[in-house]
Structure formats: structure tokens, C-alpha cells
Design a protein around this ligand. Sequence first.
Ligand code: DGL
Length: 262
Amino acid sequence: MNNNQMPIGVFDSGVGGISVLKELSCLMPHENFIYYGDSANAPYGTKDDAKIKKLTEDAIDKLCSLGVKAIVIACNTATSIAAHSLRKRLSIPVIGIEPAVKPAATNHPGKNIVVMATPVTLKRKKFLELTSNFSNMANIIPLPCPGLVELIESHSDDTQKIRTYLKDLFAQFENTKISVVVLGCTHYPHIAKIIKEAFDYEVEILDGGEGTAREAMRQLEAIGELNNSENKGKIEFLSSKSDEKEIEFMKKFFESYQPRGV
Ligand code: DGL
């Protein structure tokens, strides 16, 4: 197989990164993908750094052993912990994701911007540096959301628990007008509509999925490894929960996810 026909490996702690996978496959429909979700170990975002690093490295090694031409870490938490060391160790492109603070602050100067993410993402130096670059432009409010990933992973069609969680979470903004909500965890775009509805006025919702897909395409193009096939690419789903129901759940998530830029 030509290098350019090899699949792109996409990884997340669970089903969240399927939001990024959808962006990738919309942008590069001829590419093949292997998506690996470590749902048996989700959530990552409340674990200690060493544990997250080990889980991420093991998952990426698994994808590499399947013969991928690039890795997309479709998880903000795992990116902030492990992207740097993986890039040093691997000879293929490793593309990560980070909260879309830059477009939020640039397009909404002087406004209140909430960044929803896991507790780990928000306390990392990477995030603190990112926000300090834009804190003179807008008021950036980090909002840790422990427990939200579990609700999204739960396979439940009942969204009431999520609505209640968000109502309690956003109660602190009763007297603060929020202009933008940045979804700094790849699970949250799957509930973007519910997050929007939790406000009784218009808020803009931003996530880093599309930017990450564009960066992956740019890096593959730069090394001449974009797939030149004219056929539609294949997508394979793998989960550490070795259970057929989980794979069905992943496929359903993929089909129903609607990137906001489309
Ligand atoms: N999708 C992961 C992220 O973007 C969720 C992390 C978790 O498992 O807590 O941060």
C-alpha cells in the first residue's frame, strides 16, 4: 500500500472525538480512518497526569501498530498531557486539539467567554499560556465540567440529566452576559444544541474540531501524503470496550453528528 493510502488514526478517551472524526472525513472524504475510543477508561479528565499519559501512549501505540500514516489526538485532555512527548517519539505527524480560545477572543473583544473543559485541561500550563495570550482581549472564564463526559458516554437517549447538569453549572452566570461558549472537550460538541438552549439568549458556540481537521490536512499535504484515491474512504471504529453495542453507539454518534460549519 502507498503511504498515502494508509489510514489516519484518530484517538479519544471515548466517543467524544467522533466530532473531530466527522470534521476530518468531511474535509478529506477520500481518506481512510481508524477511530479508537478508550471508553473502558473514560473519563480521562479527572485522572492524574501520569495515568492519562500512559493510557494515551498505549492507545496511540495500538493505532501505530495497525499501520497509520498520521495520528489525530481528538482529545483536548490527552493532547495537553501527551502530544509533546509523542511528537518527539513518533516519526509520523501527530496533530492535537486545543480549546478554540483564539477565535473566540479575536472575534468577541471585550466580551465574556466561557471555556468548558475537563478539570485536567484547564489546569495545564498549556491552557494557562493560551489564555494569558488573549486575556487582555476578552474576559476568559474557565469552567471545569467534571461528570459531563460520563453523561455523554452513558448511551442514554434521555437528555434530562444533561439539561439539569448544565442548569446547575450555568447558574453562576445569572448576572453575567456570556457571548461565547468554547467547547474545550471533544465530547461537548455532541451536546452543543443542549448547551445553546441552556441560555435564554443567543450565545455563540465554538469548538476546535474544524481547525484540527484543517491542520491535519495541511500537514499531510506538506509531506505529500494526502490520499489521491477517487473513492470514498473507509472508516473503522475500535473501542477498548470490546462490545458490539459500543461500536453501534459510535457509528450512531458519527452519523448523527452535524459539524456546525457544514
Ligand atoms: N474528549 C476528551 C477531551 O477532549 C474528554 C476527556 C475525558 O475523558 O475526560 O478532553
